[in-house]
Design a protein around this ligand. Structure first.
Ligand SMILES: [Zn+2]
Length: 116
């Protein structure tokens, strides 16, 4: 079970965006990476017809594209909505099965609504 899912608020622990917070846009479990809204945005010059490695983006037809580059999950830390601080996540049996909760205050994490 992943500790970070789409829709979570996370803090960047290292890299040039260290200390910034954002919302998870997409998680790429096979790459152990995730994109975070507004974090690690890169500009890419794309050419029409060029096959891009498309990680969750829309179809590209060329031009300059700004998009979030994936960050390793190890560089991201879950931020508890109640503590408003980075916190460890633990798992707890809840009404709907195993639930992710904040290890500090026990506040349940918001579950991914789209099953991602
Ligand atoms: Zn908490």
């Amino acid at each position: 079970m992943p500790t970070i899912v789409k829709g979570d608020t996370v803090m960047v622990r290292r890299g040039r965006e260290k200390g910034k917070r954002g919302t998870i846009k997409a998680v790429f479990p096979r790459a152990n990476a995730a994109t975070v809204e507004g974090i690690n945005v890169v500009k890419r010059h794309t050419k029409t017809g060029t096959q891009q490695q498309n990680m969750g983006g829309a179809a590209q037809t060329g031009g300059i594209l700004e998009k979030e580059a994936p960050l390793p999950l190890s560089a991201l830390m879950y931020v508890c909505v109640k503590c408003n601080m980075p916190a460890r996540v633990r798992y707890q049996d809840g009404a709907n099965g195993i639930q992710r909760v904040c290890a500090k205050c026990g506040e349940p994490a918001r579950e991914s609504s789209k099953g991602a």
